[in-house]
Design a protein around this ligand. Sequence first.
Ligand code: ADE
Ligand code: ZN
Length: 335
Amino acid sequence: MKSFIENLPKAELHLHIEGSFEPSLMFKIAKRNRIEIPFKSVAEIENAYQFSCLQDFLDIYYQGANVLQTEQDFYDLTYSYLQKCATQNVRHTEIMFDPQTHTSRGVSFKTVINGISNACEDAKQNLGVTSLLIMSYLRHLSEDDCFKTLEQSLPFKDKITAVGLDSSEKGNPPSKFTKVFEASVKEGYIPVAHAGEEGDADYVWEALDILNIKRIDHGNNSLQDTKLVNEIIKRDLALTVCPLSNTALQVVSDLKEHPLQKMMDLGLKVTINSDDPAFFGGQVNENYIQIQKALNLSKEDLFRLAKNSFKYSFLDTDTKNKYIAELETYYQNNK
Ligand code: ADE
Ligand code: ZN
């Protein structure tokens, strides 16, 4: 099963580039920029990665991102993630980035977007990995602040496919961002949002009905409400599920208790993703491997999950079909 998963062509649809920041690269960039970080070694950083909830994690995640300053830093961070994609048979990835984490420290939007998008271009040429970018608004900040980010993004619109909503969910419902999402959609961005990770089903309803999202990040708590589940199925929206993130942030107590199989049985379209791989103990393949083991998923289940990852990506139809054909051939030859 392990090698079946490792060789399975797949896409990743829920990945925060700041969450792919490995401790070793963090040290290298901190040294290059002559920035002090409050850890002496990689082991010390890894030891600090014990979380009791989403906020616990976010506090450390934003701290790590502080060392990123130059276009080269954002390039190195992104290219390093894309190299891992190539070794994991991730053919396509949709990368979230949090501009406000950087612009609030005086790093320009241009520095962030150019570093990330140049790495994506090079990875397409050199590694054959394709990518799209999702600009995520930080929901603990004000809607006005998000409007500033939207403005800053406009000269780089051709490099950005979608807008997302992340950070501290509880107390920051989707309805807080009604206007900025409406304006973002007018600019041509596709709306997605984290919903139902720690927030209840009513947050998912708001994300659907008010933000009109086209994909749900996490969505676990949708299962609280049968009517909502049926609505998600009716709208044919996919959930970007992140098993190792869910256990690391104690959204789920144990992988054996993970609702993924239940979601699939109900008819929800599910994908498997890593969220913040440097913090949660594994890239996308480790997520597939561990959830397969915990829930005893079949090869057919894994094939369906990988197929969803291409089908519910924001790629054009021809590219989607090309990837799905490759996946189908792989499955026929290896099932
Ligand atoms: N930012 C990075 N990872 C996140 C997550 N799992 N939930 C909300 N915001 C995030
Ligand atoms: Zn996330």
